[in-house]
Design a protein. Structure first.
Lengths: 288, 379
């Protein structure tokens, strides 16, 4: 089978949509130019795993350290309501790599597409922000996110969803994100997304043996504002191959066709059914 | 002669005090959950952000689709004899959606601002969850309108609800549109989760599958509910009507089965069924029990037996439950060693609310007229 069911549905949807309702086909997160978005480039081959970024994030966002068994050290093992970014270690046979975890700030974010009340928003500058005054706590964003990023304050009576906000208030003030400004090695840098893609390409070209020939986030999930370079295959450090199609594409395409289709077509179909049944036309054609 | 006082004592298999006790326990636990939060009362976590309540919601909504399918057949397809079962179906729908509404309210973390989903100034028109929220809210209003004439019948309020019966085609039509929208959107909601939902259950056709499933599940609920109501009034089973509802179910099931199989084939997932792991076996169980068994009953002579459509309905509902269980919980897991099993509070709130709904159904069947007077006079 060369035509997948997704393609079929897409073609069917686009055909129906473009014939019936051209004006309704709009995109939720079409804001700004992705090349101009503020972005980060994380080069895992430079990172020494010092967790200065984790700490800078804590200080700026006032989150509580997650202590290790002996309560000596801030040692989160995964993202949580209190840990919005952190460094994880991958160890394989004869190889190891650090990998930074945080919200990827997708160009076309699934969380924003799914959020019923626009509590999550794609800003014109690129960061995906969260507004607790809107959020109802439904947790759809947690399932929609292909990177498993949003977390929930389960222990609070009235919890909020938490995730990295790219230090949006700092961006507005002209500063960089706290983590990238603190990084002592230069493994994490920030800038315009278009420039960072060029920088990453330049590094791979200059030292092709140092890197896997792939920039994670350039195309993945329709592009993300956090870009990764690595010496080990990305699947091993938890950055799965999820394809280049933006996650919300199918859902929004369906919404654009199905919702107006039912609202407009539904009454017509119901009226038609009623009309035929009044003329007594079902008994022959309808087997029940 | 069939006045209310002469109606036989209801014999729905529901005893008052145990059900009341369960319902009251659920009320107490619900208040406790709202006061202390989700963490101390549920086993949900960052790895399983949704739990048994969502599973029950997604099962009860097609079950409560009874009102929608019977309205469609009786008002629009013009099968007048289906109106016999309209009231039992509408009341079942109303109570089903009420339980869902309460569960959703308990489930959302920031419940004090739940009304944000109705604030047209901030809502997201691209979100299927938002569309479901709006449609379900409006549909509960429609169901209330359809239930009021039953509750106010032969009372001094009757004249205030006359307009509902006058405009019943618009009320019922709006209900059918809202149901079509949100029953299919429940499936569309998972279109954002193709990276997480198990491939045997994920498909771009989810909206269509959910819609058809709501059709046959709602019809099945009607068969079960009407059989119980007839028995409670010691009325004979109307075999012809039951059979015709069963055949409508059969058509729905056939469409559902062909799309499901077609999707498995088109996506190259048949090997997962031929060499099944745990998920493959569950898919077999779901498909065999919930689709093939009802189809075998409904498309054979068994459909003429008074118990045939009833058992087909029971099996179809079991299949729907397995399906919704897989899509909301078992087949939808974050990659982690953490597993989820509901806490006793989650379970008791679920059981108690459903018991409460069943109890109210029993009381309505007892105090109000769910069946046509004509039918009762025959007794």
């Amino acid at each position: 089978m060369t035509i997948s069911r997704r393609d079929f549905l897409k073609v069917a949807g686009i055909t129906a949509g473009s014939t019936l309702l051209p004006n309704l086909v709009v995109h939720a997160a079409s804001t700004g130019n992705p090349d101009e978005y503020v972005a980060m480039l994380y080069d895992a081959t430079i990172c020494v795993g010092c967790n200065a970024c984790t700490n800078a994030c804590r200080q700026w966002n006032k989150t509580t350290p997650v202590k290790d068994d002996r309560a000596l050290y801030d040692a989160p093992s995964e993202l949580s309501a209190d840990t919005w970014t952190m460094i994880q270690l991958y160890q394989g046979e004869g190889e190891y790599s650090f990998v930074k975890r945080q919200c990827m700030h997708c160009v076309d974010p699934a969380c924003v597409s799914g959020c019923p009340v626009h509590a999550l928003q794609k800003t014109a500058e690129g960061p995906v922000t969260y507004d607790a005054k809107r959020c109802i706590g439904c947790r759809y964003c947690m399932y929609a996110c292909p990177f498993h990023i949003p977390r929930f304050e389960w222990d609070e009576v009235i919890p909020v969803v938490t995730k990295c906000t790219f230090c949006y208030s700092r961006i507005k003030a002209g500063d960089g994100p706290a983590c990238a400004e603190r990084c002592p090695t230069g493994a994490l840098i920030w800038g315009k997304r278009g420039d960072l893609v060029a920088e990453a390409e330049g590094r791979i070209d200059a030292e092709p043996h140092r890197y896997v020939d792939y920039i994670y986030g350039k195309e993945d999930a329709g592009g993300t504002s956090v870009l990764y370079l690595s010496a080990v295959p990305f699947g091993k450090v938890g950055l799965e191959n999820i394809g280049a199609e933006p996650v919300p594409a199918l859902s929004e395409g369906t919404a654009n066709v199905v919702l107006p289709g039912i609202l407009v077509g539904g009454p017509i179909v119901l009226g038609l059914i009623r009309w035929i049944s009044k003329r007594g036309g079902w008994e022959e054609s309808w087997p029940v | 002669m069939a006045s209310l006082t002469q109606t036989k004592k209801s014999a729905l298999p529901i005893s008052f005090f145990p059900y009341l006790a369960l319902a009251l326990l659920a009320v107490g636990l619900s208040i406790y959950r709202l006061v202390v939060g989700l963490g101390p009362t549920t086993n949900m976590s960052d790895h399983y952000p949704w739990g048994i309540w969502i599973t029950i919601d997604l099962f009860l909504i097609p079950v409560a689709g009874a009102a929608f399918t019977i309205s469609l057949i009786s008002f629009f397809f013009g099968y007048e004899d289906y109106r016999t079962v309209l009231r039992p179906a509408v009341v079942a729908g109303f109570l089903g959606y009420s339980v869902v509404g309460i569960l959703l309210f308990l489930d959302i973390g920031r419940w004090p601002q739940f009304y944000n989903i109705l604030d047209l100034g901030i809502i997201n028109p691209h979100s299927f969850l938002e569309e479901i929220s709006l449609c379900v809210t409006l549909y509960v209003v429609i169901l209330t309108l359809e239930v009021l004439p039953i509750l106010f019948e032969h009372s001094k309020f009757e004249k205030y609800v006359k307009w509902i019966e006058t405009g019943i085609y618009f009320v019922a039509g709006a209900g059918i549109l809202l149901s079509t929208l949100h029953q299919s959107s429940l499936g569309s909601m998972f279109l954002l989760m193709r990276h997480k939902l198990h491939p045997l259950w994920y498909t771009p056709a989810l909206p269509l599958l959910f819609f058809l499933q709501a059709g046959y599940t709602g019809l099945g609920t009607t068969v079960i509910a009407i059989t119980l109501v007839w028995r409670s009034k010691s009325l004979p089973t109307n075999r012809l009507l039951i059979r015709r509802i069963g055949q409508a179910m059969g058509i729905n099931l056939l469409l559902y089965a062909s799309i499901r199989i077609g999707d498995w084939m088109g996506a190259g997932e048949i090997p997962m069924l031929l060499k099944p792991n745990a998920f493959g076996w569950i898919a077999w169980l779901e498909f065999g029990l919930g689709i093939l068994v009802p189809l075998a009953i409904l498309f054979s002579k068994l459909v003429r037996h008074s118990q045939g459509p009833l058992w087909a309905s029971v099996f179809a509902l079991m299949g729907t439950f397995i399906n919704r269980l897989m899509i909301t919980w078992v087949g939808l897991s974050e990659p982690s060693p953490v597993t989820y099993f509901p806490s006793w509070i989650e379970i008791m709130i679920t059981i108690g609310l459903i018991a409460g709904g069943a109890l109210v159904y029993e009381r309505i069947n007892y105090y109000f007229r769910l069946l046509p007077e004509k039918h009762e006079k025959h007794q």
